[in-house]
Design a protein around this ligand. Structure first.
Ligand code: EPU
Length: 428
């Protein structure tokens, strides 16, 4: 019999206490790719201890780097000539490995990276990565499931307009532009704190970048960059998950390690729902005394409400007093998990990229299944507002984004366990 990991939580819990959040997954993974841009030993600190970081370490090892993961530190020794191929067996496990495309093309003039394909939250194209690099002079084709790019004479600075402020495309183009000849301007660039983090590491390495955190990035190419040590920005999505958890369970949680201004709109929504939010320097406290009021939420690129907090927004609506209209604008498959939330008794109707959620006083515990990282965390938190026990399966998804989820829940007062349960197999 196969065995699978599940997380079981007892409903009726109230999250209370302090929780410490580590570095952002979506920054740390890219910072490890940034290291490829300089020969020598770069160290990325405050990396979360999650599977994705271990996979990224393996991607870099296969490119000839010597990578050591020690606690929350990733030390990456980059050779003079890193490899130029990333295979499907790793890329399919970690979509983010597509971020080696830009830096390798910049350093090697040739790169072959497997296409990651779609996933449970949507189709996730690469057209903006490709057209941006082509504008910088790369010759790009797709063959046998790979993106192949070459620029034997080097990349050249160029003006690039993105159709949409894509996080991944902005990162790949930025990492390519820092070593290109001349000046690159990326318009309608993504403004996420993780992009600013990448710009800060690149600048410390000797890159010339103007406009980090704005929609226009101006990058003047340099000949070489130097290895550095860099601290990863705190994970605003993990911090936001605890903030919603506090509000949904009428709890009182202080989140350490995340700057509240990176969650401005999300925290403002919680205030509208009736929570008291006290911001600090690198922390914030969320308290909720009564049943949350229903609020409408629209996901948008940063500084809008983060799509990665959509499952928490739906969870809040599911237990709120009134009806909430939740609109998703980033991923076409983000609502895939609502059928699981409905198994907990949530009243959710979706139509295209809108969901109407009619709040209920209490949900009802049931076995459910995580369909992606954020949906998994959202289901566990919703389980806290349910009668009885909720068992969330396929928790390997949660492990990809929340390093100490079960331990943190326990510290915040939840009766929680992680169990390894047998899964029947059916032979034909
Ligand atoms: N898109 C295109 N063409 C492109 C690039 C993007 O059509 O060339 C579309 C995508 O299909 C998607 C939308 O644009 O519908 C947004 O994509 P974006 O490139 O902004 O996202 P990403 O880089 O693929 C990162 C995070 C996601 C997070 C989004 C949005 C990483 C590894 N992933 O994805 O995080 O939701 O930005 O903020 O950084 C997660 O952590 O659970 C997660 C999914």
């Amino acid at each position: 019999m196969a065995r699978v990991d599940v997380i079981r939580v007892k409903g009726g819990a109230r999250l209370a206490g302090d929780v410490h959040v580590g570095g952002a997954k979506n920054s740390a993974l890219k910072l490890m790719a940034v290291a490829l841009l300089a020969e020598g030993r770069s160290v990325v600190r405050n990396v979360p201890r999650i599977t994705d970081i271990a996979i990224m370490a393996e991607v870099l090892r296969r490119l000839g780097c010597d990578v050591t993961l020690d606690g929350t530190e990733a030390a990456i020794e980059v050779p003079a000539e890193p490899g130029s191929e990333a295979d499907y067996d790793l890329v399919r496990r970690l979509r983010a490995s597509i971020c080696v495309l830009g830096p390798l093309l910049a350093r090697r003039g040739y790169v072959r990276v497997a296409l990651p394909g779609g996933d449970m939250i949507g189709s996730r194209g690469l057209d903006m990565h490709v057209s941006g690099l082509a504008r910088m002079g790369a010759d790009i084709s797709g063959e046998h499931g790979f993106v192949i790019a070459s620029a034997p004479a080097g990349l050249r600075g160029s003006k690039i307009w993105l159709d949409f402020p894509s996080v991944g495309a902005t990162e790949n183009l930025l990492m390519a532009a820092v070593l290109a000849k001349g000046t690159t301007e990326i318009d309608n660039a993504a403004r996420e704190p993780e992009i600013v983090d990448i710009c800060e590491m690149l600048t410390a390495m000797g890159a010339r970048i103007d406009g980090a955190g704005t929609s226009t990035l101006e990058i003047e190419g340099v000949d070489t960059l130097n290895p550095v040590r860099h601290d990863t920005v705190g994970d605003r999505i993990v911090g936001g998950t605890w903030a919603f958890g506090a509000a949904m369970t009428r709890g009182d949680v202080t989140v350490h390690g995340v700057r509240p201004q990176y969650l401005d709109i999300a925290l403002d929504k919680l205030v509208a729902a009736g929570a008291v939010v006290e911001p600090g320097d690198d922390l914030f406290r969320v308290r909720m005394e009564n049943r949350p009021r229903a609020v409408d939420i629209v996901t948008l690129p940063y500084p809008g409400f983060a799509t990665d907090l959509l499952p928490m927004a739906i969870g809040l609506g599911a237990v709120a007093n009134g009806s909430s209209l939740i609109t998703e604008n980033i991923f076409d498959g983000r609502f895939m998990f609502v059928n699981e939330m409905a198994r907990l008794g949530a009243d959710i109707r979706t139509d295209g990229h809108h969901a109407v959620v009619r709040g209920r006083e209490r949900l009802s515990g049931a076995p459910v299944r995580a369909t992606d990282i954020r949906a998994g965390a959202g289901l566990v938190i919703a389980g806290l507002c349910a009668d009885g026990v909720t068992e969330v399966g396929e928790v390997h998804h949660i492990d990809r984004g929340y390093p100490d989820f079960v331990a943190d829940l326990a510290k915040l007062g939840v009766e929680v366990e992680r169990a390894d349960v047998p899964e029947p197999t059916f032979d034909f």
